[in-house]
Design a protein around this ligand. Structure first.
Ligand code: AMP
Length: 420
């Protein structure tokens, strides 16, 4: 193995592509910031217990995919595989839910870790932007989050994504459905592991991707038929609010998702250009999670959108984000005196908010202009001894090729005007 190799299932974000990742994070968080969500940041690891209880002891995430370890001090920790449990833990710890201002609306952005079999769109280290609205049961809140995610994807220029929507019921009707589904699954020709899964978490069998399993599932009891009146009314309201907002979704009675804590509204954003790893984001209501991790009853709803897969979706649709040029002005000094003077100008331009870079390392004009070209700068400033003697620098427009002298003390104003 080469020394210079990122661990399996991981990759580095490097310029220029890394700018796209930043822009995606920005685009996903912008609608949240605009809708009353405050920024939350939690540690990259938590006590393993939080995820075991919160995500679910029987989920793949906890049993197979968690990076769990013991510290030198004997603490059992795990790298976070998802964001919701941590954010809820943080809100409970800080008593945000007691400030009398429910729901507590939070957004986050960060790295998550799952020991998965790597493939395109599935990594061991990936990045999500997420949102949680904690402590309110209100269909408008579920609708709000779906609308904001839709808005985020659209603002990026994505079009070929679909929203899948389902309701998983609540603690009244879900157990009834669960039992009916279990009964049905016991009668199928399934392998041992799947049968075991059917006993622990039958809803997740619906999510099985294998064709022979899916074929047998035709005729399985369907959640919508089992929803209690309260859940039916709640779901109807969510759907009507989405309709009114012009958000298009598809009802998907088999949508369950891989985490145990979801109740009622469940949704997934899938992109049709991504092959098997088509889920770009997902979320739903998790009314029981707070109690599962030892807190009070706090009905909540949230989502997490995957940044890596959103970038892949942009590529699949051929969307090029309009990213602002990283460098607007590139300064090229010819000689010692020019280096001092131009470096001073660079600092002045930067202070004024103009993205400026400098030719370092005492390069000759040819090498320096190559760097200027690569930087993507719209303008270069070149100065040699003769220019300085005349009190000017040469300003070159890299698009038109036009070049002319500008008085040293007029450089800032001139560039400001030209850059708009
Ligand atoms: P989940 O918590 O599994 O619903 O994940 C939410 C979103 O995070 C998914 O829709 C993906 O976009 C992204 N995601 C989850 N796991 C991975 C992974 N292993 N690699 C890349 N993205 C992932």
């Amino acid at each position: 193995m080469s020394t210079f190799q990122a661990p399996k299932g991981t990759y580095d974000l490097l310029p220029p592509n890394s700018a796209t990742y930043l822009a995606v994070r920005e685009a996903i968080s912008a609608p949240l910031k605009n809708s009353g969500y405050g920024y939350v940041e939690t540690p990259g690891f938590e006590n393993v217990e939080l995820f075991a209880r919160g995500v679910g002891e029987s989920t793949d995430i906890v049993t197979k995919e968690m990076y769990a370890f013991e510290t030198k001090g004997g603490d059992q920790l795990a790298l976070r595989p998802e964001g919701t449990a941590s954010v809820l833990r943080a809100a409970l710890e800080a008593n945000l839910h007691k400030a009398g201002n429910l729901p507590v609306k939070l957004w986050y952005s960060g790295s998550y870790y799952r020991y998965e079999r790597p493939q395109k769109g599935r990594y061991r280290h990936f990045s999500q932007v997420g949102a949680e609205a904690i402590g309110a049961e209100d269909p408008a809140l579920d609708a709000e989050l779906i609308i904001l995610a839709d808005q985020a994807y659209r603002s990026l220029g994505l079009r070929n994504f679909r929203i899948l929507l389902n309701s998983l019921g609540d603690k009244e009707c879900r157990p009834v459905y669960r039992a009916a589904l279990q009964e049905f699954l016991r009668g199928l020709d399934l392998d041992e592991e799947t049968l075991r899964r059917a006993e622990i978490n039958p809803l997740r069998v619906l999510d099985d991707k294998r064709a022979d399993v899916q074929k047998q599932l035709t005729g399985a009891p369907s959640m919508p038929d089992y929803l209690c009146d309260a859940c039916t009314a709640y779901h109807k309201e969510v759907r009507e609010l989405l309709d009114a907002a012009g958000v298009v979704y598809e009802d998907d009675a088999k949508l369950v998702r891989g985490l145990d804590y979801y109740t009622r509204t469940t949704f997934e954003f899938v992109h049709d250009g991504l092959g098997s790893q088509s889920a770009v984001g997902g979320g739903g209501r998790y009314d029981g999670l707070s109690e599962m991790i030892g807190g009070p009853s706090l009905p909540s709803v949230g989502w997490a959108l995957g940044v890596d897969r959103t970038v892949l979706a942009l590529e699949a649709e051929g969307v090029d984000l309009e990213l602002p040029a990283t460098t607007s002005v590139f300064a090229v000094p010819l000689g010692e005196e020019a280096r001092r003077v131009l470096f001073g100008k660079v600092t002045e331009l930067r202070k004024a908010g103009i993205a400026t870079d400098f030719s370092y390392g005492g390069k000759g004009l040819k090498g320096a202009m190559k760097n200027a070209n690569r930087s993507g700068a719209r303008f270069t400033l070149v100065a040699g001894e003769r220019d300085l003697a005349d009190g000017v620098v040469q300003l070159k427009d890299m698009e038109s090729g036009e070049q002319g002298p500008v008085a040293l003390d007029a450089v800032l104003e001139t560039l400001k005007a030209k850059l708009g």
